[in-house]
Design a protein around this ligand. Structure first.
Ligand SMILES: Cc1cc2nc3c(=O)[nH]c(=O)nc-3n(C[C@H](O)[C@H](O)[C@H](O)COP(=O)(O)OP(=O)(O)OC[C@H]3O[C@@H](n4cnc5c(N)ncnc54)[C@H](O)[C@@H]3O)c2cc1C
Length: 485
């Protein structure tokens, strides 16, 4: 009997191709009326490329994607910190492919239509609800815009590959609420330009609070001696910052991040020029969801982003969805089109993906803690770092420790630097009056780093006295507070 696949994204289409490969009938139901090549760049890591190769897609991928050869980390001033080989260059049997998400989706879609028949991929069918019958699952579809019913379909199993806003997940976990934001906003775009660093390098520049990631994604451009540069500009804000709900297609506004990158003109890449020349720019908050205790309920399971949306750290989102599809197919081959196959699939994939989701989260939270340890060491050598330590405590939510540093700073002689860090910690703790009092003690250009730090956490927004001070100090103005969604 047929398997119903909900969602025609990367994971859903890979599932369809995989089930077809083992001779299991399936149909894909996609919400949008027309599947278009949306998104910007993504990476498929060697473990996922291996699976796509098994599906006979290696040549099409190689003709479209860039086989990334190197990952390099740079400072915000453009100095190389670290680099490592990737894909074939790192000794894997399969390349890492950097590719436009839409082009990857079109490769999968064309292969699925070709092999399963055009009728197997049904668009304009948004899953609204389902019920289990004695022998399988009955799914009810509506037109997403009008909400009008369009069809029902019956299958032996239903695989929910319906992405981060999964209808199935929210029906199974009605109290889960929206995805969780980690304080970062990503602006993403693609720019046609000159190749940088040999044309097959992925770079990450900057630091915790401000980052720029770039990598080429078009084989055709590479062959022409050009580069289609996929880029992501990231800024970090305080948790109470007003941000707009995640939407893959939301247009970004250059004025909200370009000024912060204006000085990032490296001799190997002119970041502001790349940003300015982008054909389009999208905004996306960095969100994920906590790992679930269970994916499979009766004849229904979750797969891909519906099961484990994760931060885009480590290039894992699409690759893990592809692995899910392959493991599920292997288990269906072993156990038949049965709930037992779903349980065997979940037993392998749920713990594996939970580890990645959590590793991404901890690496993020952990950075503040790491910074604190770093500063503790630095304080022993350079007492000037002491104030910074207090500010890091405040940002990490370790309020008692922040207050302790503040108390020690208050017990010290009021000098330029003690005043600066007293002002910063007060601002981070929300005591603007004291912050302004301290700041007025000795406004100075050296305060720029403290101002930038506070600006990153939104602590300067909303109080015009800060802006007055910054103006008096002849420093660049912080960006305006964002409007709520
Ligand atoms: C338009 C779009 C643009 C994206 N752009 C990027 C990007 O630039 N960079 C990046 O890293 N990741 C991007 N992603 C996410 C990325 O594709 C996934 O993180 C990853 O590939 C896992 O894929 P997935 O198939 O699980 O989810 P997705 O690729 O998100 O696919 C889910 C599919 O399910 C469909 N769907 C949702 N609800 C229903 C429903 N009730 N009934 C039927 N169908 C439904 C959606 O329309 C979508 O086609 C994008 C996703 C989308 C949908």
């Amino acid at each position: 009997m047929t398997v119903l696949i909900i969602g025609g994204g990367i994971a859903g289409l890979t599932t369809a191709l995989s089930l077809h490969q083992i001779g299991v009938a399936c149909r894909v139901f996609e919400s949008v009326p027309v599947i278009e090549p949306l998104g910007v760049g993504i990476n498929t890591l060697p473990h996922a490329v291996r699976e796509l190769t098994e599906l006979g897609l290696a040549d099409r991928l190689a003709a479209t994607a860039v086989p990334t050869a190197e990952l390099a980390y740079y400072s915000g001033h453009g100095q190389r910190i670290w680099s490592e080989p990737r894909g074939l260059a790192a000794g894997y049997n399969w390349p890492q492919f950097s590719i436009h998400r839409g082009e990857l989706q079109m490769i999968l879609l064309a292969a699925a239509r070709d092999r399963l028949g055009a009728n197997a991929i049904v668009t304009g069918h948004h899953l609204a609800r389902w019920e289990e019958t004695g022998r399988g699952v009955r799914a009810h579809f509506v037109d997403r815009r009008s909400g009008e019913p369009v069809a029902t379909a019956e299958g032996a199993l239903m695989i929910a590959a319906d992405g981060i806003h999964s209808t199935v997940r929210s029906a199974l976990y009605p109290d889960e609420g929206p995805p969780i934001w980690n304080g970062a906003i990503l602006w993403r775009g693609v720019t046609r330009g000159a190749p940088f660093l040999g044309g097959r390098t992925m770079i990450m520049a900057g630091h915790e609070f401000q980052k720029f990631v770039a990598y080429p994604i078009s084989r055709a451009a590479l062959d022409r001696g050009e580069s289609m540069i996929n880029w992501i500009a990231e800024r970090k804000f305080r948790p109470d910052h007003a941000w707009r709900r995640e939407d893959w297609n939301r247009a970004g506004r250059l004025e909200e991040f370009l000024p912060q990158f204006e000085s990032w003109r490296f001799d190997w890449l002119d970041v502001p020029a790349v940003i300015r020349a982008a054909a389009a720019c999208f905004e996306y908050p960095m969100v994920d969801r906590d790992p679930l205790a269970r994916w499979s309920f009766g004849r229904v399971t979750l797969l891909g982003d519906a099961a484990h949306p994760m931060y885009p750290i480590g290039s894992n989102g699409a690759s893990q969805g592809i692995l899910d599809a392959r493991v599920l197919t292997r288990e269906i081959k072993a156990h038949g089109v049965t709930p037992a196959a779903l349980h065997a699939y979940e037993a392998e994939r749920r713990p594996a993906t939970a580890r990645i989701v959590l590793a991404n989260t901890y690496s993020d939270m952990g950075r503040h803690v790491e910074a604190i340890e770093e500063y503790k060491r630095a304080v022993a050598i350079a007492p000037g770092m002491f104030g910074y330590l207090g500010a890091e405590y405040a940002v990490a939510g370790r309020i008692d420790e922040a207050k302790k540093v503040l108390a020690q700073l208050e017990a010290m002689k009021l000098t330029g630097w003690t005043a600066m860090w007293r002002a910063s910690i007060y601002a981070l703790l929300g005591n603007n009056d004291e912050a302004i009092r301290m700041w007025n003690f000795r406004p100075h250009h050296d305060w720029l780093s403290a101002i930038r730090f506070l600006e990153d956490f939104g602590s300067l927004n909303g109080d015009p006295r800060f802006l007055d001070l910054i103006r008096r100090m002849n420093l660049p103005m912080p960006r305006a507070p964002r409007a709520a969604a």
